[in-house]
Ligand binder design. Structure first.
Ligand code: HEC
Length: 125
């Protein structure tokens, strides 16, 4: 019989995931496609309305992490305090809910992915 010895980090991840399985979210594969499909239209220079109003450009990881002219919208590791999660989860109210308009609504899965990705450190992975 072989005995599996788990490294401490893995054990931590296993025990930290209470109910759902803890998949590692990838910016390239999971997050960027959501932003491109549902946010980029309004959040890219020169004429996206969200870009014009706030300076938030979602074309690349770096511009996203730069945030708005008022400050960053992502606190790595802390979706509770991240503006991007507050807005997509509707925690800032219906008026501010992102994306604006009904055409690009996020699914529950997409909202969850954004939350997990931020909680996992908002990595450029
Ligand atoms: C139809 C256009 C539109 C779409 C689509 C859109 N936004 Fe926005 N966004 C705006 C506008 C306009 C603002 C400026 C603030 C306002 O008017 O509510 C904004 C502002 C923001 C801000 C900055 C809020 C602040 O004041 O700090 C964040 C974060 C944001 N959007 C995230 C998103 C995300 C994430 C998506 C995709 C899921 C998205 N937006 C899709 C139009 C849009």
């Amino acid at each position: 019989m072989t005995v599996m010895i788990y490294p401490p980090a893995l054990l931590f991840i296993l025990s930290a995931s209470s109910c759902s399985t803890q998949q590692v979210i990838s910016f390239q594969n999971d997050i960027d496609p959501i932003l491109s499909e549902k946010c980029l239209r309004c959040h890219k220079p020169p004429d996206g309305i969200g870009y014009i109003r706030t300076g938030l450009d979602m074309e690349t990881y770096d511009t996203l992490m730069k945030g708005t002219i008022f400050g960053t919208v992502i606190v790595p590791g802390d979706s509770k305090r991240s503006v991007i999660n507050k807005l997509t989860e509707g925690r800032a109210g219906e008026l501010m809910k992102m994306p604006h308009g009904d055409a690009n609504k996020l699914t529950m899965d997409e909202i969850k992915l954004l939350q997990l990705w931020v909680n996992q450190g908002a990595l450029n992975n």
